[in-house]
Ligand binder design. Sequence first.
Ligand code: ATP
Length: 220
Amino acid sequence: MFELRDVTAGYDRREPVVRGASLTIAPGEAVGLLGPSGCGKSTLAKVAALLHRPAAGQVVIDGEAVNGWRHAAPRGLRTAVGVVFQQPRLSADPRLRLREVIAEPLRAAGRSRADAADRALETAEAVGLTGELLGRRPHEVSDGQLQRACLARALVLRPRWLVCDEMTAMLDASTTAALVHVVEDYRREHGAGLLAVGHDRVLLDRWCDRTVEWSRIART
Ligand SMILES: Nc1ncnc2c1ncn2[C@@H]1O[C@H](COP(=O)(O)OP(=O)(O)OP(=O)(O)O)[C@@H](O)[C@H]1O
């Protein structure tokens, strides 16, 4: 299970942007989280991805309560969750070639260069990135191509849980369909659970097993 228990989080202790949010995702389940712009969805997504320490509440992953965040999160928990954000240009290091962007989590997890390169190549193929594109840097590819690389980076450690925060908001319909397809193939193969955050009800309803409204999981 992936559990958010009564999570309060924000950037100023006196004025949290997320208040008392609770949500449980079963293994293999896809849950859409729908809410208006600015309600705190991305903040909660960062908490779920262990990138932002909540002011109160708990994240419990497969029975283990998280008590370290960002680099202080235990490796076993950090690698259990993959995350993709809305804006690939803010989340990919502009100095790296796409093959290095994808291999980054493997290197951080201590894999050898050769092992990381092989696994990165395999994952790049799964997201539809091949050949010469992998040798380019972020400014030399389109938003859609860069987002494919960011999705590959999220999948490369084979996480049991995926958080997609408006992953397709900047993309056209065909790239959106392609990326959703990649996520669904991955989930079928690995039985991973998904939290898909967004404001497009049609997409979330089509993609997910269930869609929940922000106002049903958090105090507003
Ligand atoms: N790093 C930050 N520092 C301070 N305030 C922030 C930071 N990130 C977000 N906020 C504020 O927190 C609130 C919630 O933002 P958040 O990005 O979580 O909402 P959202 O629901 O994801 O919005 P959107 O759908 O527009 O992306 C906003 O008022 C925003 O200005």
